[in-house]
Design a protein around this ligand. Structure first.
Ligand SMILES: *Cc1c(COP(=O)(O)O)cnc(C)c1O
Length: 376
C-alpha cells in the first residue's frame, strides 16, 4: 500500500521542541508561563493586532467573544451558513438564536446581499442582532468592504472567525483584524497547530482583559477564592503555547507551499470538468485547503472522487455541510438570495477538499493528480 497522504496534517519544523524543553527545564509546565506570554505577543506582531489571549480552542475563543458582546438568552446572532459548527455552537451555549446567512458565489463567504436582506427582515420584526459572525472560509477572506459598512449601519459588532485564515490578507490587512474581536484556531489540521488551541484577538484592550479573566475561572485578584462572575477553564497551557511559538517561525514558508498545492491542482485539473474555488477580490489567501467543485452536468460525485482517492490511501473530504442543514440547528432561520438551491447547498453537493498539507512532495501531488484523473 502506498503511504498515506492526509488532508492537512500537522507539520512541525523542529524548533517547537526547544520551547517545550525550555518549559520542562524551568518547570513552567503550568500554570501559564513565558511561552504563553511570548506566543500571544508574537501573534499580535504577526497579525498586527494590539491584544490577544491564547485559549484551549477556537470554539472557546468564539464563546468568550460572544459573551463579551453581551450575547445571552433570547438574543439573535447572524452567522455565516457555510462553515464548520465551531463557528456557531457557542451561540447555542449562550441560549441565543441563530440566523444563518447564505454564501456568495464569487467568494463562498457570507453574501452581503443576503446579510442586507437579513438586517431588513429582522428590523421589520423589531430585532437587531447582538453580533454578526463572519467566517473566512478555507483561508479566503469575506468581502469586508461590503459587509462592514452594513454592520456599521445597523450598529452591530462583527466577530471575525479567522480560524481557517491565519496569514491571509484582505486589502493588505491580515485576517482576524476586521471585526471587533477575531478568533483563531490551532487545531491539528489548521495552518499552524498547538495540538489543539485557539486565540481571541482585538484592538480593544478591555475585551481581551475580560476574556482573559473569564477563561481563568473568573478568579478575583484577592488572596482567597472569590468569584463575582461565572468562570471558564479555557486557558492554553504553556507547553502548547511553546509549540505555537515554534510553528509561527515558518508560517510564511508554509503559506507559500499551500499556494503551490492550489496552483498545482489548478494546472493539473485544467483538462477536467472541475473548478477551483474562487478567491475574494482583494484577498491574498493562505490557501489552507484547496477546494474544488465538480462542474454542473458532470455525473461524477464528490463521493466518487473521495472513494477513488481513498483506494490509493489518499485522504480528501466533502466541503462543509451548511449549518441550516444540521438537525441540531433545525429551528434556526436561514436567509438566502437564491430562488432555488442555496449557494452553500450547491457547493456542498459539488465540492471536494483536496489534500493540502505542506509536507507533500511534488511526487505526492503527481500521485494525487493521477488517481484523481482516474475518477473521471
Ligand atoms: C476549526 C474551526 C473552528 C473551531 O476551532 P477549534 O480550535 O477546533 O475549536 C471554528 N470555526 C471554523 C471556521 C473552523 O474551521
Amino acid at each position: 500500500m502506498n503511504s498515506r497522504i492526509f488532508l492537512s496534517p500537522p507539520h512541525m519544523n523542529g524548533t517547537e521542541i526547544n520551547y517545550i524543553n525550555e518549559a520542562f527545564q524551568t518547570n513552567w509546565i503550568a500554570p501559564f508561563g513565558p511561552n504563553l506570554v511570548g506566543f500571544e505577543k508574537e501573534m499580535c506582531e504577526y497579525i498586527g493586532a494590539k491584544n490577544s489571549v491564547a485559549l484551549s480552542s477556537g470554539t472557546g475563543a468564539m464563546h468568550m467573544a460572544l459573551k463579551y458582546l453581551g450575547v445571552g438568552s433570547g438574543d439573535t446572532v447572524f452567522c455565516s451558513d457555510f462553515t464548520f459548527s465551531g463557528s456557531c455552537n457557542p451561540v447555542a451555549y449562550l441560549g441565543a438564536k441563530l440566523v444563518f446567512i447564505d454564501s456568495n458565489r464569487e467568494t463562498l463567504n457570507m453574501d452581503p446581499n443576503a446579510l442586507k436582506a437579513a438586517f431588513e427582515k429582522y428590523k421589520a420584526l423589531g430585532i437587531v442582532p447582538k453580533a454578526v459572525i463572519v467566517v473566512d472560509l478555507y483561508g479566503n477572506s469575506a468581502d469586508y468592504d461590503k459587509i462592514l459598512p452594513l454592520c456599521e449601519e445597523y450598529g452591530v459588532p462583527v466577530i471575525e472567525d479567522a480560524a481557517e485564515a491565519l496569514g491571509s490578507e484582505y486589502n493588505g490587512k491580515k485576517c482576524g483584524t476586521f471585526g471587533k474581536i477575531g478568533i483563531l484556531s490551532f487545531n491539528g489540521n489548521k495552518i499552524i497547530t498547538t495540538s489543539g488551541g485557539g486565540m481571541a484577538i482585538s484592538d480593544d484592550e478591555e475585551a481581551i482583559k475580560k476574556i482573559h479573566f473569564w477563561s481563568n475561572q473568573s478568579k478575583e485578584n484577592v488572596n482567597y477564592y472569590l468569584h463575582n462572575e461565572l468562570g471558564y477553564n479555557y486557558r492554553m497551557s504553556n507547553i502548547c503555547a511553546g509549540i505555537g511559538r515554534g510553528q509561527l517561525k515558518t508560517l510564511d514558508e508554509r503559506l507559500a507551499v499551500r499556494k503551490r498545492n492550489y496552483d498545482f491542482y489548478k494546472t493539473a485539473f485544467a483538462d477536467l470538468p472541475v473548478t477551483m474555488a474562487p478567491a475574494t477580490p482583494g484577498c491574498k489567501s493562505n490557501y489552507w485547503l484547496s477546494v474544488l467543485t465538480i462542474d454542473a452536468g458532470c455525473p461524477v460525485t464528490p463521493d466518487d472522487i473521495i472513494s477513488t482517492l481513498e483506494s490509493d490511501n489518499i485522504e480528501s473530504r466533502r466541503a462543509w455541510n451548511p449549518m441550516h442543514n444540521q438537525p441540531i440547528f433545525n429551528g434556526s432561520d436561514f436567509i438566502t438570495c437564491e430562488n432555488g438551491e442555496s449557494v452553500g447547498d450547491n457547493i456542498f453537493r459539488r465540492g471536494v477538499c483536496m489534500p493540502s498539507g505542506t509536507s507533500m512532495t511534488e511526487a505526492d501531488l503527481e500521485r494525487v493528480s493521477k488517481v484523481f484523473h482516474s475518477a473521471f
